[in-house]
Design a protein around this ligand. Structure first.
Ligand SMILES: Cc1cc2nc3c(=O)[nH]c(=O)nc-3n(C[C@H](O)[C@H](O)[C@H](O)COP(=O)(O)O)c2cc1C
Length: 227
């Protein structure tokens, strides 16, 4: 399918050029670039234009301190403490897609299916922020409920694409929402803020094999019903 105009092509290029980054260079993203990423992403639509998303972004020493504290927290309290319920179960096509993406990840890292130790170590990388020099914590106020979370999801997508357009790689991470209470306390956030996810970001380590695979998407006819 060929789009007929340059804007659609540019958007397609950004969407298909983006991939979740799981290894970073230590190099910091300049503050003016971070501000520009957010400036573009703030154009996201929201119900009643409430713009309920809040962003806390770390850099330099504040990332290092948070990374250390988060890893320690997870070692001590590895359980799930998310503000939004995690999926009960993956079934059918959702389970298939989840498995496929997981197998691709382990394959590229040379982790055997039965190697629980290395799988767990790779999963723990989430809390090391995959070595990223920055993390953005995305929150919404509790009282806006599910649609507040929907609005924030739109903002997350805009942030990923805006970062991509600025040459900055990203990792959306629900894993960080597993530690919502800790994150609220750590950053001194108001009690009514609900953690949607984290987005680690920075410049991709393109030589690392983990950044060398791409996930697939269902075709238009698999998701669209024209009636
Ligand atoms: C809301 C959200 C939460 C995610 N949480 C995690 C996570 O905790 N850890 C992780 O490694 N990837 C996470 N991902 C990345 C997905 O696994 C990834 O987007 C998906 O497999 C498609 O691959 P792609 O981003 O490379 O296109 C998350 C993505 C989204 C949108």
């Amino acid at each position: 399918m060929t789009a007929q105009n340059p804007d659609a092509e540019a958007l397609r290029r950004l969407l298909s050029g983006r991939a979740t980054c799981r290894a970073y260079q230590p190099r910091q993203v300049p503050e003016d670039v971070i501000r520009s990423i957010v400036d573009v992403a703030r154009g996201t639509a929201s119900w009643c234009n409430t713009q309920p998303w809040g962003l806390t972004i770390t850099s330099g020493e504040s990332t290092e301190k948070f990374r250390t504290a988060l890893m320690e927290q997870v070692r001590q309290h590895p359980g799930l403490e998310s503000d939004f319920p995690f999926p009960d179960e993956y079934k059918g096509v959702y389970l298939d897609r989840r498995r496929k993406a997981g197998f691709q990840l382990y394959e590229v890292l040379g982790i055997a299916r039965g190697d629980k130790e290395r799988r767990e170590a790779q999963s723990f990388e989430n809390f090391r922020l995959f070595g990223a020099p920055h993390v953005a914590i995305v929150t919404v106020p509790q009282e806006l409920g599910t649609y507040g979370a929907v609005d924030a999801g739109g903002f997350v997508c805009s942030f990923l694409l805006s970062a991509q357009a600025h040459g900055v790689a990203t990792t959306p991470q629900a894993a960080l929402a597993m530690q919502s209470r800790f994150i609220r306390r750590y950053f001194g956030m108001l009690e009514d803020r609900r953690v949607i996810c984290g987005i680690s970001f920075g410049y991709a380590d393109t030589a690392h094999p983990v950044n060398g695979y791409r996930t697939e998407r269902a075709g238009v006819d698999d998701i669209l019903k024209l009636v």
